[in-house]
Design a protein around this ligand. Structure first.
Ligand SMILES: Cc1ncc(COP(=O)(O)O)c(C=O)c1O
Length: 393
């Protein structure tokens, strides 16, 4: 049977990473894959994580299975992080393997119980979003997000396309640090989006993969708070890969929010069915680290400082990049990238330029022109700016 198969197309981003690793050129630079890099070019383990792991190593007594919904303490801490003390709202956080696991469990739950619901993704969005929803059997639609030059949110177009959604459809929104554009709605724009979702009886599915990478842990819940005010029910898919640097531990959460406790209990029972048929119960280690850090005041502070350090570093790299490109007199103003939040920006580089950057300069950028700003360092900045300036000549 296997002999009848053609090769599956390579993943657009992970495929690029493989090519990067095989590239023998010593000065290669990778601005494609979505991981945080420090100024030494490494993806570090946070000190708060190391300390939590040390404590866990001493205190763990069993490797027995977790419940389908994961660690109860993790549920409490994740809800605190998302809902910031709004304990009245019926909500439960189900521990999942990464943010991708949360999205897949949500997709299976929706497909199982609301198969007619269509899922609307922003155009553009994280490349895996439509694939996850479609492979669960859901119909995917897209809504407009930003203007043609990808410089800012096109709210009118966004609202107009979402007016086409039918009641009961699901709207996938990026809570902050929109991937790939880096463009987030402001408070008033979130209010208008939330009002439309509530009026049209649409279900928000909020992808929260970068909490704390935008303006701060609480600041980044701006959109979520607007949605909570107007929408009766929500799904939130958190990833702790980036903000805890726990990429390989696969730690995330699917949080269900309802108006009524009985509705929450019913939804949770079906989500558990989806967990059971996917992977039965989640892996412990990553979630235990997160729960240990969030549940300990001192460790929480250490983590918040480390997170602020990552956020500030990305912002500094944005400033430095814009400054150095301006100094090279390139006929493309990159200053709009300073308004962007998170690791990514759609740079405006064309497919042709991206190809030339890879083949001639060993600089790897996603075909859409998405740049991972966190891949820039003081050491590689001049080299990458020279390469980008060269493709504008
Ligand atoms: C927007 C978005 N959602 C979800 C994820 C998935 O995160 P995880 O690696 O935790 O599965 C990512 C990862 O890049 C992402 O960018």
């Amino acid at each position: 049977m296997f002999e009848t198969l053609d090769m599956a197309p390579p993943d657009s981003i992970l495929g690029l990473s493989e090519a990067f690793h095989k590239d023998p050129r010593p000065h290669k630079i990778n601005l494609s894959v979505g991981v945080f890099i420090d100024d030494h070019g490494r993806t570090p383990i946070l000190a708060s994580v190391k300390e939590a792991e040390r404590r866990l190593l001493e205190s763990e007594h069993s490797k027995g299975y977790l419940p389908m919904a994961g660690l109860p303490e993790y549920d409490r801490q994740v809800r605190r992080l998302l809902l910031d003390g709004d304990t009245d709202r019926p909500a439960v956080a189900v521990q999942t393997p990464g943010g991708t696991g949360a999205l897949r469990v949500a997709a299976d739950f929706l497909q199982g119980k609301f198969p007619a619901a269509r899922v609307w993704c922003s155009h553009p969005t994280w490349a895996n979003h439509p694939n996850i929803f479609a492979s669960a059997g859901l119909t995917v639609q897209r809504y407009d997000y930003c203007d043609a030059a990808h410089r800012q949110l096109d709210l009118d177009a966004l609202l107009k396309s979402l007016e086409q959604a039918a009641p009961g459809d699901v709207i996938c929104l990026h809570a902050c640090c929109h991937n790939p554009t880096g463009i987030d709605p402001d408070e008033d724009q979130w209010r208008q989006i939330a009002e439309l979702l509530s009026r049209r009886r649409l279900l928000p599915l909020v992808d929260f993969a970068y909490q704390g990478f935008g303006d701060g842990l609480l600041e980044d819940t701006l959109g979520l708070r607007e949605l909570l005010k107007t929408c009766d029910e929500l799904l939130v898919c958190s990833s702790f890969s980036k903000n805890f640097g726990l990429y390989s531990e696969r730690v995330g959460a699917l949080t269900l929010v309802a108006r009524e406790p009985h509705a929450l209990a019913s939804a949770l029972s079906h989500v558990k069915t989806s967990v059971r048929t996917n992977y039965s119960n989640p892996p412990r280690h990553g979630a235990a680290i997160v729960a240990t850090i969030l549940g300990d005041e001192d460790l929480h502070h250490v983590w918040q400082r480390e997170l602020a350090g990552m956020r500030d570093r990305i912002h500094d790299m944005r400033r430095l990049f814009i400054e150095r490109m301006r100094a090279r007199g390139v006929p493309h103003d990159f200053s709009f990238m300073l308004q962007h939040r998170g690791m990514f920006s759609l740079s405006g580089l064309t497919h042709l330029q991206v190809d030339e950057l890879r083949s001639q300069h060993a600089l790897y950028i996603v075909g859409s022109g998405r740049i991972n700003v966190a891949g820039m360092t003081h050491d590689n900045m001049d080299r990458l700016c020279d390469a980008i300036a060269a493709v504008f000549k």
